[in-house]
Design a protein. Structure first.
Length: 608
């Protein structure tokens, strides 16, 4: 068992509520939410606060002086140990804050020496919890809301302040919360529309559902410009290979997350840019070979746009960028990058979060005790998921006590984290569990959100080549081939809803030569064929399947459902399409284009 760290002094609930009374909610986007003096612009009150327009970012009344008074009232009652705890966001196993489930408590005891989230907050004074499906945090909206309410009550009772509760709900390749949460287009699909209103509305829907489940930080959007087709970790998580398009979409998402109610903090990642690497920083230390000039023209614009839009948080990358720091220090630990570029050059006053500190990219050069201290010295504020919390926590406390890091420097980070809470309405008493569950069940996966999401998907499908053979003949037969039962069934169902007679064949990720031959015969008996591919560039005979089906003489559409680079390998004569997603909504959009119900308007967001 881990020795229990010293328990710090709690903030007085009475003093916190007194100072926080009447706090307004802060918007973003061209509005200096992070300014340290003066008054912020006030809205004229014309917007309905219950149903704000997702295309505006007018903030509620906001006084910098009132915010700073609240921050002062909170931090003055914290001792050093509590301040240090507030710098950490970690994961915890379990579906309830006070879980007694043996599997969960055993996992938590092994990692932290505590049973559950409530005990973790009491022991380490942590400032935040991040949710994962593999940690059993996110089974359904009501459960998530109960977990969030329990965490908030534990934090408020123990520390007098709300916890930050985060998740990576990017949509697409990184989606932590499944249905009934509304599925939305991934970043690259949004970038394909080149429509900032699509970016805003997607963030608006996503953020409103997350906040309804008690989540107040979303580690999105990805601000990396994916210029490397072989990038193993970014890919379609990026909006575009065009820095200008990526910048517009990032800024739109920042605004979308901050346009409703008490809103959600967005986090632009991974600074200074992870878009041109062939190494996954989860397992190694990538090196970006861009020159400083290339960084300024390619990687910098989306992050600059996020700062201009007053984003609450920016996440660092675990990578070397020699043109920006010739010491070959990972960016997460680099003062020239985090302080010199993000703070001083870009003028960013918000929270800088590390990427997860248990990733190999940041652990290659330094120990688990050195990493959090170096990250703080570099300019980070939020220390995400250290490999060993006890070691990391004690290392920062020791560094503060021996003068390696001043307490004033720790105060800077704590203050930023408190301002973020204030901006997102995280003051006063937490919601009761019943209130939280009712809000989640009313909001998450609503019919209106689903309809809006489908309309967004309908704008994202890209027809790259061969559109002249569309649409398929009304009421005709369509043979569908694809890698899985789910995706094949989804498009068959959509085609039938659009009036076609459709049949499906599951060919797997690596079709056999026999199934490829059979597919040509099957397609030859249909009026139209659709072949669904997912990362066909990686091999597995998917391109051969497309070629075989097309050789049948039946008009054929080949659909790239993941990274759009597959399209470059599709044979001539087919309708080449990209959806960037294989969820049911994307397949419904493909059906709409095949049948002529929809007209494709998106353009390819990357170079082939």
């Amino acid at each position: 068992m881990v020795d229990e760290p010293k328990r710090g002094k709690s903030v007085s609930r009475r003093s916190l509520i007194a100072v926080a009374g009447g706090v307004g909610v802060v918007g973003a986007g061209g509005y200096a939410a992070w300014k340290l003096s003066g008054d912020a612009t006030e809205s004229d009150g014309s917007e309905d606060p219950e149903k704000p327009n997702p295309n505006t970012t007018e903030p509620s009344s906001f006084s910098v002086e009132e915010r700073e008074a609240w921050v002062d009232s909170v931090i003055q009652e914290m001792d050093l140990e509590t301040k240090v705890g507030q710098l950490f966001m970690v994961y915890v196993h379990g579906d309830a804050a006070d879980t007694a489930n043996g599997a969960f408590t055993s996992a938590n005891q092994q990692r932290y020496g505590v049973n559950n989230a409530a005990e973790l907050i009491a022991s380490y004074r942590v400032g935040g919890i991040i949710y994962f499906d593999w940690a059993d945090n996110v089974s359904d909206p009501a459960q998530i809301a109960r977990l969030s309410a329990g965490i908030q009550q534990a934090s408020f009772d123990e520390l007098g302040i709300h916890a930050l509760i985060g998740v990576d709900q990017e949509h697409g390749a990184v989606t932590r919360i499944g249905r009934p949460a509304t599925y939305l287009p991934p970043a690259m699909a949004i970038g394909a529309t080149q429509d900032v209103d699509v970016a805003k509305e997607a963030a608006y829907i996503n953020g409103s559902e997350l906040r309804a489940m008690g989540i107040n930080v979303n580690f999105a959007p990805v601000a990396d410009v994916n210029v490397n087709p072989n990038n193993p970790v970014i890919g379609r998580r990026s909006f575009s290979a065009d820095p200008e398009v990526a910048a517009e979409m990032v800024a739109g998402q920042v605004e979308g997350y901050a346009t409703f109610g008490e809103s959600v903090s967005a986090c632009a990642k991974h600074f200074p840019g992870h878009g041109d690497t062939d190494v996954d920083s989860h397992v190694g230390l990538p090196v970006i070979t861009h020159s400083e000039e290339e960084w300024r023209s390619i990687d910098r614009p989306p992050f600059a746009a996020a700062v201009e839009a007053d984003i609450d948080m920016v996440m660092s990358a675990h990578l070397e960028f020699p043109a920006l720091d010739d010491s070959n220090t990972p960016a997460t630990l680099s003062e020239p990058i985090l302080t010199g570029l993000m703070r001083e050059e870009l003028g960013y006053e918000g929270v800088i979060s590390t990427d997860a500190l248990d990733m190999e990219g940041v652990r290659v050069q330094h120990s688990d005790a050195e990493i959090p201290v170096l990250a703080l010295q570099a300019g980070a504020d939020l220390l995400l998921m250290p490999n060993d919390l006890e070691t990391a926590y004690n290392a920062v406390v020791t560094a503060a006590n021996d003068g390696t890091i001043s307490e004033e420097r720790i105060d800077q980070s704590v203050r930023r984290l408190l301002r973020l809470r204030y901006h997102r309405g995280l003051t006063g008493e937490p919601l009761s569990t019943d209130e939280a569950v009712a809000t989640a069940e009313e909001t998450v996966g609503s019919d209106s959100n689903g309809e809006a999401a489908q309309a967004l998907f309908d704008k994202t499908v890209t027809v790259v080549d061969g559109g002249g053979i569309l649409p398929a003949a009304t009421g005709g037969s369509v043979a569908v081939f694809g890698p899985s039962d789910a995706v094949v069934n989804n498009i068959v169902s959509a085609l039938e809803s659009d009036g076609m007679s459709a049949s499906g064949t599951v060919t797997g990720d690596s079709p056999t030569w026999q199934s490829i031959s059979n597919a040509a015969s099957t397609a030859g008996n249909a009026d139209f064929a659709v072949v669904l591919c997912a990362d066909a560039m990686a091999g597995g005979n998917q391109i051969e399947l497309v070629t075989s089906v097309n050789s049948s003489g039946t008009p054929t559409a080949a659909v790239s459902m993941a990274k759009p680079y597959d399209v470059a390998n599709f044979p001539q004569g087919v309708v080449s399409m990209a959806t960037y997603s294989q969820v049911a909504e994307a397949m419904a959009s493909v059906s709409g284009i095949v049948t002529g119900r929809l007209e494709a308007s998106a353009s390819l967001p990357v170079d082939l």
